[in-house]
Design a protein around this ligand. Structure first.
Ligand code: ATP
Ligand code: MG
Length: 207
């Protein structure tokens, strides 16, 4: 994703990219073409869909499909309180009667539903920042953390991350296709880049 965003990844300054995809979130600080500090998590967009499915089951006795959960997430999902309330309808099966049921959910409920996943991502961003040498941090403070991937489009995630890290946050333009442009090279394939990591960082990053 960093290459997709045309960041100068081979220069000596630090860049931080947070790529939230479907299956994985990859958080990395890159300098001189190598990974200085990174985390790869299995908490990303798909897990947020699962969160929404669980929430509807627990709160409304409503069984919904994964596609419905994703539609709700994209329509009204947020990581930070919104200025105006958003609502949408959810359709599924009533777990008590077994019959179809429709209910209305709002942004606050969905924010609550996905809050655990969001918290895990934000905490790992903080950890990666903590592991970053101060001179690279000052570059990142200037350039901003770059949010990429479809999951990075959740409303207000940029604001929440900026708030929690005290760093500026930029959305990569066109995050969905930018990731495609940068495929495989830096972030999509953290595992194969183990070699660029020094021993003790490797231990921490790939447990
Ligand atoms: N507007 C949006 N708001 C919130 N989430 C979105 C939005 N658009 C797409 N997504 C989510 O982004 C995720 C897909 O992102 P992306 O295309 O970057 O993943 P990927 O690169 O295919 O997955 P991975 O990197 O895990 O292999 C899906 O979970 C999708 O629901
Ligand atoms: Mg991806």
């Amino acid at each position: 994703a960093a290459i997709g965003a045309r960041l100068p990844v081979t220069d000596a300054r630090g860049n931080m990219v947070v790529d939230i995809g479907g299956g994985t979130s990859e958080i990395a600080v890159i300098s001189l073409g190598g990974i200085v500090s990174a985390r790869s998590l299995r908490v990303a967009g798909d897990e947020m869909n699962e969160d929404i499915i669980r929430y509807c089951r627990d709160e409304f006795n409503l069984l919904i499909g994964e596609k419905s959960a994703e539609d709700i997430k994209i329509a009204i999902g947020s990581a930070y309180p919104l200025k105006e309330q958003l609502k949408c309808s959810v359709r599924g099966r009533d777990l008590v009667s077994g019959l179809p049921k429709e209910t209305i959910v709002n942004d606050e409920q969905i924010r609550e539903a996905i809050s655990r996943s969001i918290r895990i991502i934000v905490n790992n961003i903080k950890t990666v920042i903590e592991e970053t040498p101060p001179e690279l941090l000052s570059d990142i403070m200037q350039r901003g953390i770059i949010l990429a991937g479809g999951g990075g489009l959740i409303r207000g995630l940029d604001k929440l991350v900026a708030n929690q890290t005290e760093m500026p946050v930029r959305m990569m333009e066109d995050p969905l296709t930018a990731v495609v442009r940068g495929v495989g090279i830096v972030l999509e394939d953290l595992e194969s880049l183990k070699d660029v990591l020094v021993e003790d960082q490797r231990e921490k990053s790939f447990k």
